[in-house]
Design a binder for this molecule. Structure first.
Ligand code: BGC
Length: 450
């Protein structure tokens, strides 16, 4: 089916105005974000968290073999890692499995699943990981990336789920204890010893410190968004603490009407509003909501209500990458995407508008995240002096074309940070490496080995 142009250009101009953010707006948001961090220190009501995590930092000397289990989305990953000190490490083995699989007929993250199934599945992945090794008492670092209340380094209560996970029976529970019970049920309790539970941002931070002592922020820009930072004199105690801000929950920015609609239709309205504007789980859906409006001026193709255009979350953020990556003169990839995914034959002009829409949504995400980094850096050190490393993990940063450039544009252009002082470093498996370092430290630091 062919779609004619109509006044789509005008609609796109309007949409762009709703998503675009200029320097002045970003600066105001930066101030709001920074105020919010400061409020956490004064114990005033706020949407962030300042739960200092008292984790020993790497001395760069950790050695030994440890296990990491990374649960932060619908994929679970397990790693057997050898640490050789001075930032050197080796992944001995990795296993991964999806908590939601149509092929295998399971879904452990829906409201029909239960906690026992969810944690048994994690134990099965660990069984697979170590099955050909005769190892015992391996320290495990558990990366658990949902809002939690950390009571000890190996005890954390899930406050509430995020990223549209809904498994009942886990909220309000200590997730390490649930994991230990599952290890026992699966005869792994003598082989694997959970030593530490940590958020993925804290893991990324720990991984970066293992290699570079100048690290100040650990951040994950993937399915969800969050950052943690090091506070040298935490709440005036003179102690260094890693603070996990849970900043996806920041709620002092008014979103546009698409943000409001998405929040309203999500599993937890009113929660994690910032994350819903910036992270991988939601960008595809924001794009879908706006796209319906962009192309609905041409009523013809809207007859089929079964189109993915009308199915919530049917468009994945990875599709934005395909659209943004299309550099061809005729935007052939976008045309192909339109006909295969939406059964719509877009002309080149419409493809250009679709690309503009995808870019404006992705760019806003990068700008907002840069805004949060700047607020954290300002909060930590008003002069931003000394070398500061922001360690980043996550698929948006890694895979979305243009994302790094937009982040840099905002940090070093709008916010005028000094590129000689502030550097961004990507850590592909940062959370897993950081968890292994933390588990090793919790067991004494040097577990032998080379
Ligand atoms: C979670 C955070 C996590 C972030 C990135 C958010 O949904 O609440 O704990 O760090 O996603 O994975």
């Amino acid at each position: 089916m062919k779609v004619v142009d109509g006044n789509t250009n005008v609609v796109m101009d309007i949409l762009e105005k709703e998503f675009i953010m200029d320097q002045m707006q970003l600066e105001l948001m930066r101030e709001l974000f920074q105020n919010e961090i400061e409020k956490t220190n004064r114990n005033e009501l706020n949407s962030l968290k300042n739960e200092g995590f008292s984790l020993q930092l790497s001395s760069l000397k950790e050695r030994g073999v440890a296990v990491s289990l990374d649960f932060g989305g619908t994929d679970i990953r397990a790693y057997l890692i050898e640490l050789n000190g001075e930032g050197s490490f080796r992944f001995i083995k990795k296993t991964r499995a999806s908590l939601r699989s149509k092929d295998q007929g399971h879904d452990f993250v829906s409201d029909l699943a239960n906690a026992e199934e969810l944690f048994d599945f994690q134990a099965e992945i660990l069984t697979e990981l170590i099955k050909s090794y005769s190892l015992s008492n391996l320290p495990l670092g558990y990366v658990f990336s949902y809002p939690m209340q950390q009571l000890a380094i190996d005890k954390a209560i899930l406050t509430r789920w995020a990223k549209e996970i809904n498994t009942p029976g886990v909220e309000g529970q200590d997730v390490v204890s649930l994991l230990k019970q599952a290890l026992k049920r699966n005869f792994l309790n003598e082989k694997i010893d959970p030593k530490v539970v940590l958020n993925d941002t804290v893991g990324t931070f720990m991984a970066s410190v293992y290699l570079d002592a100048d690290t100040v922020i650990g951040s994950v820009i993937g399915t969800g968004y969050n950052s943690a930072f090091i506070e040298r004199d935490w709440l005036g105690t003179g102690e260094s603490r890693i603070v996990n801000l849970e900043c996806g929950n920041f709620d002092k920015i008014k979103g546009n009407r698409f943000d409001v609609l998405l929040d309203k239709q999500s599993s937890y309205p009113g929660q994690h509003k910032f994350e819903k504007m910036v992270s991988g789980y939601y960008l595809g859906e924001l794009f879908r909501l706006a796209l319906v409006e962009l192309i609905s001026v041409d009523q013809a193709h809207l007859q089929s209500k079964n189109s993915v255009l009308f199915q919530p979350y049917a468009i994945d953020t990875s599709e934005l990458s395909i659209i943004i990556a299309d550099q061809s003169k005729d935007l052939t990839l976008i045309k192909k995407w339109g006909s295969e995914r939406l059964s719509i034959g877009f002309d080149s002009n419409k493809c250009r508008l679709i690309k503009r829409l995808a870019e404006v949504i992705a760019r806003r995400s990068a700008y907002l995240i840069a805004m949060s980094y700047t607020a954290i850096l300002n909060y930590l050190d008003l002069n931003c002096s000394g070398h500061q490393v922001i360690a980043i993990n996550g698929s948006l940063y890694e895979k979305l074309p243009g994302y790094k450039e937009w982040l840099n544009e905002a940090l070093f252009g709008f916010f005028k940070l000094d590129p000689n002082n502030v550097s961004l470093k990507y850590f592909k498996e940062g959370p897993a490496l950081g968890a292994a370092v933390a588990a090793c430290l919790a067991k004494g630091g040097n577990l032998g080995g080379n």
